[in-house]
Design a protein around this ligand. Structure first.
Ligand code: SAM
Length: 291
């Protein structure tokens, strides 16, 4: 199989193949053809993928390519590719590299001039976003939050004023504390969606403000099982004076301590890009509040 646009047909192609995230019907005809025709499938967990291959009657040999061996063993796959064999990269579910192994192999292959071809398909974050009803024109994928509470809260605090839709992967045993921390960081009124067990029998997409979503998950242990994606609506700047971000106000306060009011507002506007009259109004209010 020569990659589209490949210059050097003597090297093989690395196909990055998406597999289902639950419903086996979600595999594409192209993915099945590639998996059948390549010489080798590099799989995150060969035993897991052997069952998938068996289901589709595919007998291509599998070799392990997981986070512990990917960096060191990439050479093995590269040698096969450079010898002209085609290799498919798959993960346990969904699209490889998306919170899954494959990054090092793809990077090594590209650096070696081996064509890398995506064979797109299921991806939990995209499936969740496509059905969540939250703004989808701009979004941020945060992957998994840190498992330790302090680090998780620190990460969420940094995202408080992110205006794009936020998407997180989360383990079921941490889903409740994760939503609790989101409520504390973003406020209980912020709209969120829990997308659970997508494409599977108990698929659930529940959209509620964070405080209500937290109560709903806490009240039903079934919602703390299975695989889940959490989506949170982005921050919306309040109208008027309150529209200033915490960062703009911090800059303004520092300058007010050193400069006359008008000058402080002007310099703050230059630094932050916020309109001068908005900062001037805020500076007046802060000075009045301080009197
Ligand atoms: N590579 C995968 C993808 O393309 O989505 C993600 C792999 S990551 C190790 C696994 C996480 O993806 C799960 O913990 C969950 O957050 C999310 N996920 C995977 N399958 C899902 C499903 N069917 N429903 C909801 N979330 C899912």
């Amino acid at each position: 199989m020569t990659a589209p646009g490949a210059l050097n047909s003597s090297v093989g192609t690395l196909f990055v193949v998406a597999t289902p995230i639950g419903n086996l019907d979600d595999i594409s005809a192209r993915a099945l053809r590639v998996l059948r025709e390549v010489s080798l499938i590099a799989a995150e967990d060969t035993r897991h993928s052997a069952r998938l291959m068996q289901h589709f009657g595919i007998s291509t040999p599998l070799a392990a390519c997981h986070e512990h061996n990917e960096r060191d063993q990439g050479g093995r796959f590269l040698a096969r590719l450079e010898a002209g064999e085609d290799v498919a990269l798959i993960s346990d579910a969904g699209t490889p590299l998306i919170s899954d192994p494959g990054f090092h192999l793809v990077r090594q292959a590209r650096a070696a001039g081996v064509p890398v071809v995506p064979v797109p398909g299921a991806c939990a974050l995209i499936a969740a976003l496509s059905a969540a009803g939250l703004p989808s024109d701009r979004f941020v994928f945060e992957g998994f939050l840190p498992a330790k509470a302090a680090a998780r809260r620190g990460r969420l605090a940094l995202l408080k004023e992110e205006s794009r839709t936020l998407i997180f992967y989360e383990a079921p045993h941490r889903i409740l504390e994760c939503i609790e921390d989101m409520e504390a960081a973003f406020g209980g009124d912020r709209q969120a969606v829990l997308a659970r067990e997508l494409t599977k029998t108990f698929e659930t997409l529940k959209g509620l403000p964070l405080a209500e979503l937290r109560a709903w998950v806490a009240a039903d242990s079934n919602q703390q099982r299975g695989e889940c994606v959490v989506l949170v609506e982005g921050w919306q700047a309040p109208e008027g004076d309150e529209a200033l971000s915490a960062e703009a106000l911090r800059v303004l306060d520092l300058l007010l301590a050193e400069l006359p009011l008008k000058r402080a507002a002007a310099v703050a506007a230059e630094i932050t890009g916020v309109r001068k009259n908005l900062l001037y109004q805020a500076a007046l209010e802060r000075r009045q509040g301080a009197d």
